[in-house]
Design a protein around this ligand. Sequence first.
Ligand code: TYD
Length: 333
Amino acid sequence: MKILLTGGAGFMGSNMIHYLLKTYADVEVVNFDNLTYAGNLENLRDVESDPRYSFIKGDIANAQDVERAVQGVDLIINYAAETHVDRSIMNPRSFVDTNIIGVFTLLEAVRKFNIPKMVQISTDEVYGAVLEGESEERDPFEPRSPYAASKASADLLCHSYAITFGTPVVVTHSCNFYGPHQFPEKMIPLFLCNLMEGKSVPVYGDGQQIREWIFTEDHCRAIDVIAQKGNIGEAYNIGTGYRVPNMEITKKLLALTSRDESLIEYVKDRAGHDRRYALSSQKLRNELGWKPLVNFDEGLERTVEWFKANEVWIGRCRSGAYQDYYDKQYSNR
Ligand code: TYD
């Protein structure tokens, strides 16, 4: 089976490439990535010489790049996206380009080249803030940030293509991910890196916003099962039920890094900050037999250990220096 995995140099994409190569002996994985600020080929250094792995630099919003990459592919998993809400508030344009035009371009390629299946990775944020209860797959979309709106738009395009053209696409809505290799702009890795350096952590507003969290490995297994058994044209929520206020996670991170609460810095709240997300993942559990295996405290400890052991990686991420790695490894090929 040949899989085109877009955004494979990012946090979730690189974890999925490792998972696929470890789990399936006969898999071939093509990593298609535009190497924006969050893409880092160092995340894949250990699989670079694996004959089952290859890399193509390209943009999912560029039809020529995509058509070059999709030939002979059995499955596309689209991880490529702009994902950081704060960046979407500062610069929405790149979210429209990558998250909407990029998915449109992939869907067109799936049609044109009769690709057997595409999995679109999306987010719980499309449902908007859920103050009570849980979001189900059939709930209306009420995105409240440019990021969430761009993902919701792409999900609607996927749905329409499945109905109108019979395009074999499945959409996933996941809760917040965390784990090794996550770019230190999202809350958990940002706070962790700051605390490791003895710096304060910027808690937005009152820190009582609630998110649901999944460890990267559990998410990889969910995508695997959805790629194999998910029904075309349908969506699947991926959630753990582990929902806590940001302050609770902040306190766990303080304890794991042996820091005290004097490093908590309350800062101005994010514009339009969603108060709570919560997903019902019964459909995925009951119909496809998936369940999460890593509890939050175990996953967080593993994440903290990885970050403590990878200070060079952190420094390079924070300075943008890993772009040099691409130049050395690939630019002359
Ligand atoms: P984030 O990791 O950006 O994910 P998302 O916005 O997609 O949920 O943020 C997680 C939560 O942490 C969210 O409620 C915003 C909050 N947060 C902070 O309080 N401070 C920060 O510096 C960041 C990046 C996030």
